[in-house]
Design a protein around this ligand. Structure first.
Ligand code: PMP
Length: 444
């Protein structure tokens, strides 16, 4: 492991690179090593990774239990056709059925979160014999053509343009105070859920296969639902025979204090989609966990869709080891530290008037900024991620200069926090100190 030398002061991006496009000559930070909650760049600078890269290295970096399990599997047999049986794949499916809530027990593997959501949508259409899957504005479910049509965030939709509307996904408003004129969180929950019922009625309940939602909004702003929202949605889904699908790509595997984010609400979904944390991102793996009857129906109806790398044995070995790590201590450790994170962030909101609110659950939080004089975001919320005038981006840069990495939301009006579950109290405190100093430097 490299020495923990002071960071060289390079920010997260030069503002020129197109996100996710390979850019070998750009100024973007180049991360080359990691251990626990720390990553190191190519100049040897250390950064606390308080965003688990992309909300996914839940067990932290370089966890030996996971890398050893992957090596052992590579030495046994690295790949087995996804159309054949494999012992490790079967064992992981059993593990997932055990940790999934209620009667969710049928596992369908895919490779990425986008593909898992497309699969869940297609499974819902198959068993319901109905074409539409409803999702929220201010949501993220993936960037491929099908999953992109489920996504309700402005940057994805502007990239996909009119093609984002082609695969039977209609949108409804999220349960956010900005979307409704509500007097209280309970009123917001009721108005937002009634609105979903109105959309289902107007789309025609027979044409709606499912509604698909993140239990706690992820990259769209780390927002939990107001109390009672999910209970009411479950009632509406039952009344209109619509499936409820929880996109747990970010919120799964201990991120919000339980195995799955939906368990922090008192409802059971019909399907869960997962990715990222299942292997702590040590290898790409994703999928759907469906209620027993859904698996049975799909088997009867036939469902001939699959992917070569779905349920890759090396990824499945990583998944089994990661689940062991979560179960043996990581979920409990993070649950114990979550109140520290929450109280530090609430203090930040109470003492800095540019912080409009903080919201989240467990180890997934969002610090939302607004101009204290107008109550409006500093940049127009739909301006895009790379607006150079955006002070929220400047806060992230200043925090990175202090050795702490945070995430950006879509739209970029908040800072997202999703530390690895192995982050220590001292690291958490150091990271929030860096954020506080960064806010003060940016807005002084
Ligand atoms: N769902 C959610 C909630 C996500 O946050 C993401 C990615 N950040 C996806 C789906 C898509 O996953 P992937 O990038 O693996 O396709």
């Amino acid at each position: 492991m490299q020495e923990n030398v002071p960071h060289a002061g390079r920010g997260e991006t030069d503002g020129e690179a197109i996100p996710h496009w390979h850019d070998p000559d750009g100024e973007a930070m180049t991360i080359v090593e990691g251990e626990g909650a720390t990553v190191y760049d190519d100049e040897g600078s250390a950064y606390l990774d308080l965003i688990s890269q992309l909300y996914c290295t839940n067990a932290g970096h370089s966890n030996e239990a996971i890398t050893d399990a992957m090596t052992a599997q590579m030495e046994r047999i690295p790949y087995v056709s996804s159309a054949k049986g494999n012992d490790v794949r079967d064992a992981l499916a059993d593990d997932l059925a055990k940790i999934a809530p209620g009667s969710l027990s049928e596992v369908y593997f895919s490779v990425s979160g986008s593909e898992a959501n497309e699969a869940a949508a297609q499974i819902a259409r198959t068993v319901q014999d109905a074409p539409k899957v409803l999702t929220r504005w201010q949501s993220y479910h993936g960037g491929t053509a099908g999953a992109g049509s489920l996504t309700g965030d402005p940057s994805t939709r502007s990239t996909l343009g009119r093609y984002a509307a082609t695969t039977g996904s209609e949108k409804f408003l999220p349960p956010l105070p900005t979307a409704f004129d509500a007097d209280s969180p309970e009123d917001l929950a009721e108005q937002a859920a009634n609105h979903v019922e109105f959309v289902i009625q107007n789309e025609g309940a027979d044409s709606v296969a499912a509604i698909l939602m993140e239990p706690i909004g992820g990259t769209s702003g780390g927002y939990p639902a107001p109390p009672g929202y999910f209970e009411r949605l479950r009632e509406i889904c039952d009344e209109y025979d619509v499936l409820l699908i929880a996109d747990e790509v970010i919120t799964g595997f201990g991120r919000c204090g339980e195995w799955f984010g939906i368990e922090t609400e008192s409802v059971e979904p019909d399907m869960i989609t997962f990715a990222k944390g299942v292997t702590s991102a040590y290898a790409p793996l994703a999928g759907v966990i469906a209620d027993e009857w859904i698996g049975e129906t799909v088997r009867e109806e036939g469902y001939d869709l699959g992917q070569t790398f779905a349920g890759h044995p090396v990824a499945c070995a990583a998944g089994r080891a990661a689940i062991d790590e979560y179960e043996s201590h990581l979920i409990d450790d993070a649950r114990e530290l979550a109140p520290v994170l929450e109280s530090r962030l609430e203090e930040l909101a109470a003492t800095h008037d540019v912080v409009e609110t903080v919201r989240g659950r467990g180890f997934l939080w969002s610090v939302v900024f607004a101009d204290p004089e107008t109550g409006e975001p500093f940049v127009h919320p739909w301006a895009g991620d790379d607006d150079e005038e955006n002070p929220v981006a400047a806060v992230r840069e200043a925090a990175a200069d202090r050795g702490a990495l945070f995430g950006n939301g879509r739209p970029d009006v908040q800072i997202l926090i999703a530390p690895p579950l192995c982050t220590t109290r001292a690291e958490l405190e150091r990271g929030i100190d860096a954020l506080e100093e960064a806010i003060e430097e940016t807005f002084e």
